[in-house]
Design a protein around this ligand. Sequence first.
Ligand code: M6R
Length: 610
Amino acid sequence: MCGIIGICSLKDAVSTPPALIIRRGLEKLEYRGYDSVGIASIHDNKIIIRKGKGKIREVNAHKRLDGVPGLVVIGHTRWATHGRPSDENAHPHIDCKGEIAVVHNGIIQNYYQLKQYLEERGHRFRSETDTEVIPHLIEEGLKRSRCFFEAFREAVRKLKGSYALGVITVFEPDKIFFARKDSPLIVGLGNGYNFIASDIPAFLDYTRKIVVVHDHEIGYISPHEVYFEDINGRSISISNRIRLIDWTPEMAAKAGYPHFMLKEIHEQPIALANTLRGLGVEVEKAAEILLNAERVFLAAAGTSYHACLVADYLMSTVASKPTIPFISSEYKKYRNCVTERDVLLAVSQSGETIDTLMAVRNFKNRGATIISLSNVIESAIPRESDLTIYTRAGPEIGVAATKTFTTQVLSLAAITVNLAFLNGSIDRMERKELLDQLSYAPKIAEKSIMVTEGIIREFSRELSNKNNAYYLGRGIGVPVAMEGALKLKEIAYIHAEAYPAGESKHGPIALVEQGFPVLFIIMDDNNYTHILGNIEEMSARDALTIGIVPEGDKEASEKLTMVIKVPRSPWITSPITYTPPLQLLAYYVCIERGYDPDKPRNLAKTVTVE
Ligand code: M6R
């Protein structure tokens, strides 16, 4: 999704030219996915714009984005929604006279009506974007008002849809105006300078003091002032909303790894340890809420949905509490049947995924209690929840979710164990035993990565020539298989599908022929003998069978073409043992195929459009 950043600075407050700070900040937002880039500044009471289609490096090489003069600069990476990727559609967009420039993340749903209204009043449009109505709306408002902020507020009130906005104007040359609804926006507080941005890493080299902008808030920053108000013009004090972020710039950089994804895979032991340390009283509160729930729904997208499927297995088996997991964009299915006795557990790394946010809002309107699990403090979903549990995975820059999945699984397992104790499914001793097992998760992940990385690198060569793959598992291995297949698909661009292994005979096996890769998640549990049968079925059709097996395994290993051995670990932590090798496999296959795992095509880190 689009990324925005802006800085207002006093002359000597920063030693680096502001446009260079913005270009570097945009690079930190690249993980969000984009197809074009642009920068605008104010200099000599004029707006200067440089923008174009392509990657930041390419556009910068041709147009010197970071060469624009001025102390007030905004920048944007665009992920096309309305209008194809092109130089004209790249942001910033301006009004007719070029006195107002706007960067925007989100979608203006009523742009067509607004465009017609503005065209009837003589405004000329230069792009196909929804965003361009915004500078023209402000320009139109300025015909009635001499106050720019008033015209800005009026324009924002007319917008329907989602937006995070950064606006500069020659009428107030030392300010950046901002507004937010349903798209992330953060203010960064510096000394003699202030920032706005879509995400914290964009300005983390310059400040760690932040204020999260809430929905329906508008305001402005100048080098020495930050002003917030609500959409009705009532000013808002932010003094008790200032947060100090403990992420260092180094944490957000690659720390010597060639890619963020590899770094983040290797960070899992520490991310799990931090998450364990942070699991406090909220986990017990969540268990109490779930205990009293008539039904528990689990909503999420992508990898977070797979964590929900793991939770579904855990809750059914350990806590005897079956749940209803669903992909969050399908929330409308439950529109008429949710009641105030239900609980929705929403899982979202970013806390900003619009589909999950909409599910939260829908369930909330029906009176359900909302618990969320997120990695980003004060993001939209936590803010709208009754209770939030945070994973402490640190910033995840790679588009493919890795460390956030295992930390989600760990947190959900901890909730389950507490619930199981409260509802009498396990006694005090069993609770202690399971919590002890969870406390070994960091060590288990570390060992799993250490013992599998070498062999996976080797196998990745063979897999890199394939066009398809199946991932099969049973029981708790099914969501693990689904997560492995998603990783391979999204970064290595190999068509991969996951099934419960028992289902493979009901259709998927029709595609299997000599050399077709079938990857098995083989756990030492009550599914073991059944999965041996599934390996036989695939071998009989000359498939290339790859198995992730527990250390010391013999029977399955003898039947497989390729074997990846993981450390033996308790069942409750098995997704944390088995998932890192699948992440590594996707990573190394992607590298073999010559792709960039951090910026997969067509994907965005945070999906903020429905
Ligand atoms: O931030 P969220 O957890 O809500 O994001 C959900 C999905 O968009 C995300 O997991 C996506 O599937 C990743 N690309 C998976 O690697």
